[in-house]
Design a protein around this ligand. Structure first.
Ligand code: GLY
Ligand code: MN
Ligand code: MN
Length: 435
């Protein structure tokens, strides 16, 4: 993200905090995978949103109205030996020159400096409970300020959760955020097309996962979440990520995979027949899910309630389940009884942004909030019919989800992931055509 946008975000937050406030945000912690190997490092999204800084062991502090500078970054010092092993560091000079910090200090000096920054501030904006070790430091620093009371120093008396305000900003995507998300969705759509083209009966799920990864990595992107590549019965397991079964002729393959680009996620699901041809039963169920998805997208409009797309999808799915003979009764009675949950047990969408299940409230007071231009949501209805004695065999193990990323605009909506095919004819002609 460019420096001026990062600065604008900090200014916006500081304006809402007012002069008596101080905001403190730690970077994400590193996590050991095994022995001396670490999990891939991913910066905390709130921290990244305000700083663009991707190094661990950093703390950002915003002190509105501080004459010597309002944005302070604590980070690792340069260290030629460590940098030889683990890569370059920005250091304090880089933090100021390349990341726009007004002031930067070594992270090892934070105990000496941070209590001083808290002195005479009334309110601390900090998200408690995410990082217990850091919570403890916060208490220690606060107690240090309190113990200086005799010198006439006032300690902050109010702690305010930073999440709420910050997450409200994050919910509305700027032009550059939308373009990062559009690019992530484009690459993900290409990955889904590649997976369709590569697919042949007898392959393994992990071979298809490799095709997805190939497309992400050759575009310099990573996965936004672990890819779900589930054939047949596995397509009915919502968070199936083992991806290690053979793909069988006659089964469907459900792929839920999205790339992350510059910290912004995409989240796309497509379902297609392993052998390139839907069976009549698979086709019937697929057409219902697709109709539900299109109905939900049509409701993804500014001024509608957050829940409207879900309700639209639900009605089509329930109608379809009744028509297929899998449920009995009227649409209304099935909606009221909740029996549809056997086949559709999740909601139709979630906010999408820096986090795949992005931040932002879904309700205001007790009511669903209204959709507004600049919000991005997924639209992802599905039907999952696992084998059971009371289900006709032709429907056994049909798991279908169709998921797109939809930007609410002033004029309507914009499907960021539209390059991923979802109509039956295009899918059938693409599957197995070769990469
Ligand atoms: N990929 C996670 C989800 O669809 O919500
Ligand atoms: Mn999703
Ligand atoms: Mn998904």
């Amino acid at each position: 993200m460019n420096l001026s946008e990062l600065k604008k975000r900090r200014r916006q937050l500081m304006a809402s905090m007012g002069e008596g406030g101080i905001a403190i945000l730690p970077a994400a912690q590193e996590h050991i995978r095994n022995r001396d190997v670490y999990h891939d490092y991913r910066q905390d999204s709130d921290f990244l949103y305000l700083t663009g800084f991707e190094e661990p062991e950093s703390v950002a502090v915003l002190v509105p109205g501080r004459p010597q500078g309002e944005y302070i970054l604590f980070c690792r010092e340069r260290n030629p030996e460590k940098e030889t092993w683990d890569g370059l560091r920005a250091g304090q000079e880089g933090a100021v020159e390349r990341y726009g910090a007004d002031d930067a200090f070594p992270i090892t000096d934070i105990d000496d400096i941070l209590p001083g920054l808290m002195e005479n501030r009334e309110r601390v904006y900090y998200t408690m409970g995410r990082n217990p070790a850091f919570d403890k430091h916060m208490m220690d620093w606060l107690n240090r300020v309190r113990s200086s009371a005799r010198k006439g120093v006032r300690a902050p008396g109010e702690f305010i959760d930073l999440d709420h305000q910050l997450h409200e900003y994050r919910l509305f995507k700027s032009r550059s955020e939308v373009s990062a998300m559009r690019r992530a969705a484009k690459v993900s759509a290409a990955a889904h097309k590649r997976a369709m083209a590569a697919c042949q009966p007898g392959m393994n799920e992990f071979e298809i996962e490799a095709e997805l990864l190939y497309e992400f990595r050759r575009n310099g992107m990573t996965t936004a979440y672990p890819s779900i590549v589930g054939g047949g019965r596995n397509g009915c397991i919502l968070h199936y990520i083992d991806n290690r079964d053979a793909l069988r002729d006659g089964d469907l393959l459900l792929i839920d995979a999205g790339a992350e680009n510059q910290g912004y996620a995409s989240d796309i699901t497509r379902t297609f027949p392993v052998n390139g041809e839907f069976s009549p039963a698979q086709r019937e169920v697929y057409e219902i899910v697709l109709e539900a998805q299109l109905a939900a997208i049509e409701k993804t409009l500014a001024g509608n309630h957050w829940d409207d797309p879900h309700q639209a999808a639900l009605r089509v799915l329930v109608r379809g389940l009744i028509d297929l003979g899998l449920l009995k009764g009227s649409v209304q009675s099935v909606l009221e009884s909740g029996e549809y949950r056997r086949f559709y047990m999740h909601r139709t969408g979630h906010w999408l942004g820096m986090d795949v299940h992005d931040v932002g409230d879904y309700k205001v007071d007790e009511d669903w909030r209204l959709l507004e231009a600049g919000m991005v949501t997924t639209v992802e209805p599905g039907l999952y019919i696992t084998a059971a004695d009371d289900i006709p065999e032709r429907f056994h193990n049909i798991g279908i989800r169709i998921e797109d990323d939809v930007l609410v605009t002033k004029e309507g909506y914009d499907v960021l992931s539209k390059d991923a095919p979802k109509d039956i004819d295009t899918i059938e002609s693409l599957v197995g055509s070769g990469v």
